[in-house]
Design a binder for this molecule. Structure first.
Ligand code: ZN
Length: 93
């Protein structure tokens, strides 16, 4: 069976962003969400796991829980940075 290597912090950050986004005072467009995820991932240590292709690593849920706090801290910092320097023009009106 083919296996794939992936950085599960990507899943953690994406999952955590969805949870806390309603509470963040930041533009919630796709560009800013991706910028926040990129910023957070650049400030978090990558956590690579090898999974059978197409399957979720069985320990992933457990690992995600353990890393959610770290991801939340990084995303709150990311929201501050992105809201100060949005990649696009501020909304008109
Ligand atoms: Zn935006």
């Amino acid at each position: 069976m083919a296996h794939a290597m992936r950085n599960y912090m990507e899943d953690v950050v994406e999952h955590t962003l969805k949870l806390i986004l309603p509470d963040l005072d930041v533009c919630k467009c796709e560009i800013c969400q991706m910028d926040m995820m990129a910023y957070a991932l650049n400030h978090l240590p990558p956590k690579y796991v090898v999974t059978p292709e197409g399957e979720l690593y069985s320990k992933l849920a457990e690992l995600v829980q353990q890393s959610e706090v770290d991801a939340e801290v990084a995303l709150i910092e990311a929201a501050k940075v992105v809201s100060k320097n949005p990649r696009h023009n501020r909304k008109k009106g």
